[in-house]
Write a protein that binds this ligand. Sequence first.
Ligand code: HEC
Length: 257
Amino acid sequence: MSKARYVHFKFLPMSLRVLFTMVLLVFGTGYLMAMIQVWESHAGKDGNPMLSGKDLMISYSGNPEGTRMESALRSSMADMLPDEKRQVIFEWLHNKAPAEEFEEKINPILQEHCVACHNPGANPHLPDFTSADGVSKVTAQDEGMNLHTLVRVSHIHLFSITFIFFIVGFIFTHAYVRPTWLKCALIAAPFVVLITDVASWYLTKVWTGFAWVVILSGAIMGLSFAAMWFISMYQMWFFKVPAELEDNEGKLPSLGS
Ligand code: HEC
């Protein structure tokens, strides 16, 4: 039978354990920051403050119900006009905002109820409704994150996360975890779900159900990070080494890697 080849944390020099601990502490903090960032950039897009699959669908594939005009008229701008007129605008938007109907049906409503605030003289920072061009900026369909942005975010994600999980996984190889397949699964899982996560950002544009794969991938990544983090920290400093390891100076006899 082959001798095992990994050395348990307890038999590593103190200096190496201090190095591992510091790296884990900083990565742990980084992970929390990343979670806050995910929350900030996606939660609440569907009107509900919690982070949901719907939020991610909107972020990546756009809001099928929506244009900025419609979301504004369903929320902060809802009280600016009578409901019948609001319905006229919704119908027009749902017909993809045909330009030929604008002058006759829509513009009078905007002139009466909106332009007082929405003109560059009054509020240069608000969408300008004095011209059809200004209106079209908020009636364009929301198509979500564009491919250019996705490619940029993907390559950063793929490189930086691989780097993090290489280091965390490498530290974790010194842990005592039985059965071996479980240890290997914890090391492999983040890389597998990193691929499914990034792929699903694009696939969500094709079928919005992939937003759930994004969420599931993120959850598995977080759980494997947490598991490797806590097991490594615990075994480095608090773990009572099993006798089978003591006898063999931290190398496992005959139990595989
Ligand atoms: C009393 C002034 C006022 C009136 C009248 C008004 N708005 Fe606004 N509107 C604002 C302000 C202030 C904002 C920016 C803050 C916000 O989004 O609540 C805004 C923002 C918007 C936005 C942009 C939301 C976004 O996605 O950033 C849209 C679209 C909009 N209004 C549409 C309308 C329409 C349509 C009407 C007429 C039915 C209207 N507004 C009437 C003040 C007004």
